[in-house]
Write a protein that binds this ligand. Structure first.
Ligand SMILES: [Zn+2]
Ligand SMILES: [Zn+2]
Length: 158
């Protein structure tokens, strides 16, 4: 088993210093990302599951185990297609452009890959194998993290 042959897991995280966007490939050299803006280094932790099976079992940035899976889909584009379909509806027979727009959105949704997002620190993980334990976005879990105010980052317990 040679790890080098496998594609990396891509992590898009918020810099711990300036909250800017930092990209990181796992498992990689050093497993830390240096922010291009403020120079601050954010460390990531690669678990056994990530290393061996490319399955993300916890957030590599904050260690949070609550993650959700969503389509890597630009909602603005999806909305634009629906708006265009609605605008054309009066000029197409039986408002068929509405259905066409919905069909295009649906097809886009099917072909687009999904990504994994951390509820706590909002890091986006791509290129990983799907973890069956992760479900779609759950507003209740999201609320829980919002209420605990994890914006300041996790404490270094242990
Ligand atoms: Zn920064
Ligand atoms: Zn996280």
């Amino acid at each position: 088993m040679r790890l080098e042959d496998r594609p990396a897991i891509e992590v898009q995280l918020a810099c711990s210093g300036c909250r800017g966007e930092v990209a990181l490939a796992l498992p990689g050299a050093g497993e830390a990302a240096r922010c291009g803006r403020c120079g601050r280094e954010t460390r990531a932790r690669v678990t056994e599951a990530m290393r061996e099976r490319r399955v993300v079992d916890e957030c590599p940035v904050c260690g949070c185990e609550d993650l959700y899976v969503q389509k890597d889909f630009n909602r603005k584009i999806g909305l634009a297609i629906v708006v265009a379909g609605a605008a054309l509806a009066p000029f197409t027979p039986y408002y068929s452009s509405l259905f066409a727009a919905a069909a295009i959105d649906f097809l886009l949704y099917l072909v687009l890959p999904s990504c994994t997002v951390c509820y706590s620190c909002k890091s986006v993980i791509r290129g990983n194998e799907k973890n069956p334990a992760h479900a779609a976005f759950d507003i209740h879990v999201h609320e829980r993290y919002r209420r605990t105010g994890s914006e300041g980052g996790p404490s270094d317990a242990g």
